[in-house]
Every structure is written in C-alpha cells, then in structure tokens.
Design a protein around this ligand. Structure first.
Ligand SMILES: Cc1cc2nc3c(=O)[nH]c(=O)nc-3n(C[C@H](O)[C@H](O)[C@H](O)COP(=O)(O)OP(=O)(O)OC[C@H]3O[C@@H](n4cnc5c(N)ncnc54)[C@H](O)[C@@H]3O)c2cc1C
Length: 244
C-alpha cells in the first residue's frame, strides 16, 4: 500500500447542514465549512469537533471519524447519541449551528489503489472510517479487494445498510455482518454473537497479503486484536483506531 504525506491541519468554523436519525442510537450529522472550502484529508482520518457556548464560555471537544469521501464539500459523521457531555449538546443541535473543526488527524489512513487487498473490521459507529474508504473505492472505480466484518447489536443498527449492500454487489467486496444480541432478531440469517477467531476465518478465508484495519470501542478493538494474534496475523499488517 502507498504511504502518502499527511494533509495540513486547519482550524475553522463549520455549519451543520443536515441531521438524520439513521438508527435508534446513531445520528448522521453533515457539516460544511463556513468559508466554503473543502478539507483535505485521507480516508480513515478524524477531526476534533469543538462545541463552544458564547454565553458561558464553555468549550467541549471530541474526536469524530470522517465518513464522507475526500473532495466532498460536505463532511459526514456517524455519531452515537450516548448522552455524554458532547453528544448531549448534539441532542439539541439544529441546522445552521456552528461548531469548530481542527484537523484532519490520525495515522489510521488508507488511500486505496487498484490491486490492494484489505480487511475492515468494524464495531458500531466504527464503520465511519471504512465508509469513507469504500466510498472512495466506488467513486474511483478501483478493484481493491475488501473483506468487511461488521459487528452491531441488532439488525436495525446496521448503518447505511442499503449503501453497504450496494458496495457488496458492485465492488470487489465481501460483507459479513454479525448481530451480537440476536434475541428478537428472528429471521436474521447472518452471523450471530461477538466476533471469534472462527468467525474471522469464515469472513476472511484468504488473509495472506491483506492489511487489516480495526475500528471501534476499546474493548472491541482489544478483543479483535487478540483473535488476529491467535490466528497468526502479523502485527505490522494490523492497524487499529480505538475510541475508548
Ligand atoms: C479517533 C476517534 C474517533 C472517534 N470517532 C467517533 C465517531 O465517528 N462516532 C462516534 O460516535 N464517536 C466517535 N468517537 C468517540 C467520541 O470522540 C466521544 O468519545 C463520544 O461521542 C462520547 O462523547 P461524550 O462527550 O458525549 O461522552 P462523555 O461525556 O465523554 O462520556 C459519557 C458516558 O458515555 C459513555 N460513552 C462514551 N462513548 C460511548 C460510546 N461510543 N458508546 C457508548 N457509551 C459511550 C462513557 O463511557 C461515559 O460513561 C471517536 C473517538 C476517537 C478517539
């Protein structure tokens, strides 16, 4: 895989242009730079978003992975509405509100090219950086060979389901979704339960020569890394983005 130079970090006001309830616990927020410029970033990177209350001087900053494609003038984020300090502010956010972005940041970068072979392992909103990568692969018409293993609690928590199914049918991508809380998910015919080494073998039967990217909460990433180790994946071919 090609190494690219990190894009320049900038700090700017961004305006909310869209808020969509994607699943019961995740909203998709869209932003545009107030000055109309586009942020230069590679798929997989994140920005620090700051909420600033001019009345009280309160400032809260959190990291969010960019789900949109490089070159787009809209920045999209999959945000788990966990009602914490930052996300509670987003509960009442509306189109037109201004937040401040610093970025892009992160070493979890992948600029896909023809011939690359990769595996993406995502937990929940950890799908976001992979969405940026997949959208890039689709837009450029690349033949990147992708195995996606995606873990969510319930079938109705699969983010951008239709778009993912479109990638699975139009790209060189095999998608495996596992539902970790299958109770009440009658009719679900895919994988069930947390990711295990056996499940990884089924989802990625041809791991040789692939680079594997993992993204999600701390416990998820730790467990998947252990499984990959037990399966003999070389450390230098595994990259992780941890949100804990
Ligand atoms: C590099 C990076 C990229 C990230 N990208 C994303 C992203 O794309 N989408 C996204 O939703 N988050 C992402 N996060 C997490 C995000 O930065 C915040 O930590 C998260 O939004 C919670 O912030 P908060 O202030 O609302 O919660 P806090 O006030 O910090 O925490 C409140 C409570 O919520 C719990 N909590 C925090 N996060 C979660 C969670 N994800 N699920 C369940 N409970 C939680 C905490 O344990 C705590 O008990 C990323 C983090 C990093 C480091």
């Amino acid at each position: 895989m090609a190494e690219t130079t990190a894009p320049t970090i900038t700090q700017k006001p961004y305006v909310i242009t869209g808020i969509a309830r994607e699943t019961p616990d995740v909203n998709i927020f869209s932003f545009k730079a107030q000055d109309g410029t586009k942020l230069d970033f590679d798929p997989g990177m994140f920005v620090m978003i700051t909420y600033s209350n001019p009345a009280t001087g309160e400032k809260i900053t959190r990291a969010f992975s960019i789900a949109s494609i490089p070159g787009s003038d809209t920045m999209e984020f999959f945000i788990g509405m966990v009602h914490g300090r930052f996300t509670s502010r987003l509960d009442t956010a509306k189109v037109g509100d201004v937040y401040y972005f610093t970025g892009p940041h992160g070493q979890f970068r992948f600029m896909p090219r023809n011939g690359d072979r990769v595996s993406f392992i995502a937990g929940g909103t950890g799908l976001a950086p992979f969405m940026s990568m997949l959208r890039y692969i689709k837009e450029k018409g690349l033949d990147t060979d992708v195995k996606l293993l995606y873990s969510v609690r319930y079938p109705n928590e699969i983010l951008r389901k239709g778009e993912l199914e479109g990638f699975a049918s139009s790209l060189k991508m095999k998608m495996t979704v596992t539902i970790t809380r299958p109770d009440g998910s009658e009719g679900w015919e895919g994988e069930k339960g947390r990711i295990t080494p056996e499940m990884i073998k089924r989802a990625i039967p041809d791991p040789d020569g692939r680079t594997t990217f993992i993204c999600g909460p701390l416990g998820f990433v730790k467990a998947v890394k252990e499984h990959l180790k037990s399966l003999g994946y070389p450390d230098d071919k595994v990259k992780a983005d941890v949100w804990g």
